[in-house]
Each structure stands twice: as structure tokens, then as C-alpha cells.
Design a protein around this ligand. Structure first.
Ligand SMILES: Nc1ncnc2c1ncn2[C@@H]1O[C@H](COP(=O)(O)OP(=O)(O)OP(=O)(O)O)[C@@H](O)[C@H]1O
Length: 323
């Protein structure tokens, strides 16, 4: 599968952004960051719009955590700006963000309720309001029976629920979550997904990173694929998938190797167990392909295939890596 250049970004987001954006969201604007000789981010640019669930995907070391830390202001960029609602972020803006750091950051010996009350107080809630919010999120995230346990005595999945509660307890205006789904069981994934959807429905922009691409494909309004510190593709999953060169799966058990060679606009990707996967350009004539397949014997399947986000991701990373 190959990609048309329309959605492969090369440092200019202007064609990707529409004019219908109601208000500015969380804007990451040409952020660069080096660690010594390592270029972690290079002109990283994208926006998470109000009410949008934005999935941030990339290989290990691509720069997701660095971007999120800079967005939160816990790490300084070498250049570039992060804005929320049109204004550069400040210490007081940061207090209105909810953050789930990759390294988590709960106090292991603190009890769940005390932990959440403490977090809420840190973000400026009064004692009573902090207690109410902590109890609400404990109930909502299924942690009632664990509320008096030390965090270190919880399972990893439950610790993650507490971490999510800690990101939400002060009713943030923006959510930035670093791999919130990692290590969760299917029920906890559903709880997490539901909470994120509710938050976006109330107008909050949510940025989260994940290596679980099936989940990202299912949940997100838009996806940003990053590679080596750069945004290389950013759009809805549907737009990304429709921008990829289509594939045809042909099950013709008697077809010899190379049976489709020479048909204009067609490239064989694989052929095994009687099943051939072909890449077909827009101008390729699928009836001609079908005729060629039938000429070899019976055809049991002839179907178009839309690449999954995981396939798109592998392809983008391979393409960009080869440049
Ligand atoms: N404190 C640091 N000192 C030196 N290099 C760092 C530091 N933090 C990150 N890096 C480097 O910056 C690059 C980006 O790392 P980052 O953690 O942002 O990637 P990531 O996309 O979050 O990866 P992962 O999916 O593995 O969590 C990597 O090359 C990493 O080794």
C-alpha cells in the first residue's frame, strides 16, 4: 500500500486545517527539542480541537512523551509555542490541564482517597469540593472497595484507574494522557473509553498516546502519526485510510506466480495459499484483473481491502524511514 502526498505532512498544516474550527484548542506550534545530539522533536505541529479525541501514535522513541511533557509545561522546548484557547500556556493554564504522565506519578504509600483529595487540592479545589470530586471519581471508576488501600497495594490496572481519576479530579479543561490504555483489562478499557468520550462530548480536547492502534482507530476523531520527532500524517482515520492505495484480495487457487504482472496500475504485494494481494492504482481496471484471474481457473474471492490504521502506520514509518 502506498500513499498519496495529500495527507503526508511536510511541515505545512494549512491545507489540512479547515475554516470551520469554532475556537482554538490545544495548539502545538513548531516545537523542537534536542537532548544533546538526539533530535527528539523537529517542528512538531498539530492542534487538538475543542471536543476532539486525538490519538497520538508513533514508534518507541518517536517523541510522543516529549511532546506531551512540553504541552504540559513540565519540560521546556528549544523553540516553538504551545497555546490553549489562543494563548501561550502559563503556570495557571497548566493547573487547568489534566495529565496522566507515562511514569505515572502517584504516591505509593498514600491511600487512594487521600491521594485524589491531595491532587484536587493541588489544583486549587477547596477541601470539601476536593472530597466530593475524589469520591465521585472513585465511584465512577469502580474503586469504592479500594478507596482506603495504599496505592502500592493495588493491581497495575487499578493504579491506572487512580491515575486517571487524578487527571480528572479537578475537572480539567484539557486532557493529556500518556498511554492511558496500556496494561488495562477489557472492562477497564471500556471504562476509560467511555470517560474520554464523555469528556470530549462536553467540549474538552483530549490528546492521548497509544500503541494499541485498533483502539485508536475505533475511538479517535483524528489521529496524528509521528516518526522521528515529526508529524508525518494527521487526519481522520477514514481520510487516512482512503488516501492509501487500494488493495485487492484475489483467491484464485490455480493462479500461477506473477499471473497479474503486466496489468496496468497493478502491483502484486504477496501471493500465498492461492490468495494474491494486489495494490491497485485508481486508473487500474478491476474487470481486467478479474478476467485475468478467471483465466487461471476458479476465483473464490475478489474483494477490495481498506488498510487498517496499523497497516497505515507500518507503511508510513517504512516510507519515512527510507528517506
Ligand atoms: N531525558 C532524556 N534524555 C535524553 N534523551 C531522551 C530523554 N527523554 C527522551 N529522550 C530521547 O528522545 C526521543 C523521544 O523520546 P520519547 O520518550 O518522547 O518517545 P516516545 O514516542 O514517547 O516513545 P515510547 O513510545 O517508547 O514511550 C528518544 O530518542 C529518546 O531516547
Amino acid at each position: 500500500m502506498r500513499f498519496r502526498p495529500a495527507w503526508i505532512l511536510r511541515g505545512d498544516m494549512s491545507s489540512e486545517e479547515g475554516s470551520m474550527v469554532p475556537q482554538a484548542g490545544l495548539e502545538i506550534d513548531r516545537i523542537s527539542k534536542r537532548y544533546g545530539d538526539v533530535v527528539a522533536l523537529s517542528d512538531m505541529t498539530f492542534e487538538v480541537r475543542p471536543g476532539e479525541l486525538f490519538g497520538f501514535v508513533g514508534s518507541n522513541g518517536a517523541g510522543k512523551t516529549t511532546t506531551m511533557r512540553i504541552a504540559l509545561g513540565v519540560l521546556a522546548a528549544d523553540s516553538g509555542t504551545v497555546r490553549w484557547a489562543g494563548e501561550p500556556i502559563t503556570l495557571s493554564t497548566r493547573r487547568r490541564f489534566g495529565y496522566m504522565p507515562e511514569e505515572r506519578g502517584l504516591y505509593p504509600k498514600m491511600k487512594v482517597l487521600d491521594q485524589l483529595v491531595y491532587m484536587a487540592r493541588l489544583h486549587g479545589l477547596e477541601t470539601n469540593a476536593a472530597h466530593r470530586a475524589a469520591e465521585d471519581w472513585i465511584a465512577r471508576l469502580g474503586l469504592r472497595e479500594r478507596r482506603s488501600d495504599e496505592v502500592q497495594k493495588l493491581s497495575l490496572g487499578n493504579q491506572q484507574r487512580v491515575q486517571l481519576a487524578a487527571a480528572l479530579v479537578h475537572d480539567p479543561e484539557v486532557l493529556v494522557l500518556d498511554e492511558p490504555f496500556s496494561g488495562l483489562d477489557p472492562v477497564a478499557v471500556d471504562v476509560m473509553s467511555q470517560v474520554l468520550k464523555e469528556k470530549t462530548a462536553s467540549g474538552i480536547p483530549v490528546l492521548f498516546s497509544s500503541h494499541q492502534l485498533d483502539l485508536v482507530q475505533r475511538l479517535c476523531d483524528r489521529v496524528g502519526i509521528i516518526n522521528k520527532g515529526k508529524m508525518v500524517a494527521c487526519d481522520t482515520v477514514d481520510a487516512l485510510r482512503s488516501g492509501a492505495t487500494a488493495e485487492l484480495v484475489v483467491h484464485a487457487p490455480q493462479a500461477p506466480s506473477g499471473w497479474a504482472a503486466g496489468i496496468p496500475g497493478v502491483t502484486a504485494v504477496s501471493q500465498a495459499d492461492g490468495r494474491t494481494v494486489l495494490q491497485v492504482e485508481d486508473f487500474a481496471d478491476d474487470q481486467e484483473i478479474l478476467k485475468a484471474a478467471l483465466a487461471t481457473g476458479p476465483v473464490h474471492e475478489f474483494s477490495r481491502h481498506r488498510p487498517s490504521l496499523a497497516e497505515l502506520f507500518r507503511n508510513v514509518v517504512a516510507e519515512e524511514g527510507s528517506q
